[in-house]
Each structure stands twice: as structure tokens, then as C-alpha cells.
Design a protein around this ligand. Structure first.
Ligand code: HPA
Length: 281
């Protein structure tokens, strides 16, 4: 089975589980950010394990279900929990959920994650709108045969994180009095947190946050023509910048502390975007 065949089967299963109209915006929730899901008025909740061929999340803090519903009246498809390279999935397998969303009619993808901060003055709890990324994972989900009906072999990444969606995210944050900054996300494969020497290198390369996800999803989404916007929660200062040893518990706890603020930002963004669509903007 190719990635596309699997995604076709997954999309068909989701359509059977939810007969109504499908939202055209999807969101992927990162580590410990599952509480956004609680604010969704769910029409269908589908465990990944029920969807044939859909990869499962194996990490604590990733519930592993697809929710079809609405937040504050805005239709949304939500992946509560994601899959990572460090779980042993091939990069190609990570394409399956995104291709499934595409086949379901998703046009805009909101990516969220928890990340280590590379800036001393942006401590744990800060929110970063992803301006661009550096793929330092050594992997790419689009290696292999290309299906031209999905997207071109060589594709442009110069506006991967859609400029107008980023501007809208920043504007909404300002209206809501939520501090955000704009920065570059670098992805490593994990599962270890970085060494202080690696962290110094990433900062010198121009990155502002480091994490273990998001880039494969962005690549697959851009390849098949979706608009992408991303937000990182800085859950800790990266190794060497922080004086404490890092732990998954710390990442999780900080994510939970910021959950209310993060959810408010995302919901306000989705509402603003929906109003723009309704007004034909
Ligand atoms: N490094 C990589 N990934 C992360 C970190 C980090 O410090 N914090 C949360 N995800």
C-alpha cells in the first residue's frame, strides 16, 4: 500500500464515522496541549487505533484521537496527539495523517508543539508564532516516488508558514493581550534533548526554538497545497541555556500551565479566520 492508498482508506473510514460536512481547517495538538480539545463541541471522536492504517501516538500526553466538531461555532478537525520520528515511524508514515486530512477537504492546517527555547529572554511559558523552520531531523516524508496528482516533485517552501495567517495570529494575540513573538523552529529527530553544544549551534544558525515534531507535517501539507500556520509553546529553555536538567515532566507541566492562554489564542485565531472567510476576505 502506498501512503496515498492508506490515506484513502483512512479518509473513507472517517467519512463513515462522521457523515456530516467536514471542517476545512484542522489543528494538530502537541505535547500536553490536549486541553484545547476539551473546548471542542464534538460531533465525532475517533481513536486513531480505530482508523485502519492510521499511525498511533505512543507518547504520554498524546491522547491519540481525531475529533470532528466546532469551537465557538467554528468547524474544526482536531488531531489530539501526534506521531513523531523518535517513536520509530518512518518519515513516510508521518505523511499518512496529513494526506488523510487533505482527502477530507482540509485547506488550512494549524500546527502546535512544545519546544525548547533558544532565547534567554523568552522563558518557559512564552508563545512563538513559527515564521519558518530548519529541518535538522535528517528525515523527509516526501523522499520516494512522487505522485504528481498530489503535488510536484520539487516544491517551493518560501512561504511555508503562510504570511497572512501568521500576521492574523500576531494581530489576534495583540487584541487578546497575549504575548507572542515570531521565530524560527528547528527540528531534531530526538528522542534525547539536545546537548548544550548542539543548542549553541542551533542558536548560531538563527533558530529560536528547538523541538521534535512539526516539520514533517508542514512539508507534507505544503506539498499538497495546504496553508500552514504554527505556534510553539516554549516549555523550557533548551539545554545549557537552562541551568536545570530537562525532563518530559517539565515540558508537560509548563504546557499545562499555558494551556488556557494557548487555547484562547487558538480559538480567537480560528474565529477571526472564520469571520474573514464569511466576509469573503
Ligand atoms: N528540545 C527538544 N524538544 C523539546 C524541548 C527541548 O528542549 N522541549 C520540548 N520539546
Amino acid at each position: 500500500m502506498t501512503v496515498n492508498d492508506t490515506a484513502q482508506a483512512c479518509a473513507a473510514y472517517v467519512r463513515k464515522a462522521h457523515a456530516g460536512p467536514m471542517p476545512t481547517t484542522a489543528i494538530i495538538l502537541g505535547s500536553g496541549l490536549g486541553a484545547f480539545a476539551d473546548s471542542i463541541d464534538a460531533a465525532a471522536t475517533i481513536p486513531y487505533s480505530d482508523i485502519p492504517g492510521f499511525p498511533r501516538s505512543t507518547v504520554a500526553g498524546h491522547a491519540g484521537r481525531l475529533i470532528v466538531g466546532a469551537v465557538d461555532g467554528v468547524p474544526i478537525l482536531c488531531m489530539q496527539g501526534r506521531m513523531h520520528l523518535y517513536e520509530g515511524y518512518s518519515a513516510q508514515t508521518l505523511a499518512i495523517p496529513i494526506r488523510t486530512l487533505k482527502l477530507l477537504g482540509v485547506e488550512t492546517l494549524v500546527l502546535t508543539n512544545a519546544a525548547g527555547g533558544l532565547l534567554k529572554d523568552k522563558p518557559a511559558g512564552s508563545l512563538m508564532v513559527i515564521e519558518d523552520h530548519i529541518n535538522f531531523s535528517g528525515a523527509n516524508p516526501l523522499i520516494g516516488e512522487n505522485d504528481e496528482s498530489v503535488g510536484p516533485r520539487f516544491f517551493d517552501m518560501s512561504n511555508a508558514y503562510d504570511r497572512s495567517l501568521r500576521q492574523s495570529m500576531m494581530a489576534v494575540a495583540q487584541q487578546q493581550n497575549i504575548d507572542v513573538f515570531s521565530g524560527i523552529y528547528v527540528q531534531v529527530a530526538g528522542p534525547n534533548f539536545e546537548t548544550p553544544a548542539e543548542v549553541k549551534m542551533f542558536a548560531a544558525m538563527g533558530a529560536h526554538a528547538v523541538g521534535m515534531s512539526t516539520v514533517p507535517e508542514c512539508l507534507v501539507a505544503v506539498h499538497c497545497g495546504m496553508r500552514v500556520v504554527g505556534v510553539s509553546l516554549i516549555s523550557n529553555l533548551a539545554a545549557g541555556i537552562s541551568t536545570n536538567p530537562l525532563s518530559h515532566e517539565e515540558v508537560f507541566e509548563e504546557a499545562q500551565k499555558a494551556e488556557g492562554r494557548f487555547t484562547r489564542l487558538l480559538v480567537s485565531f480560528l474565529k477571526a479566520k472564520n469571520e474573514d472567510v464569511a466576509a469573503g476576505r
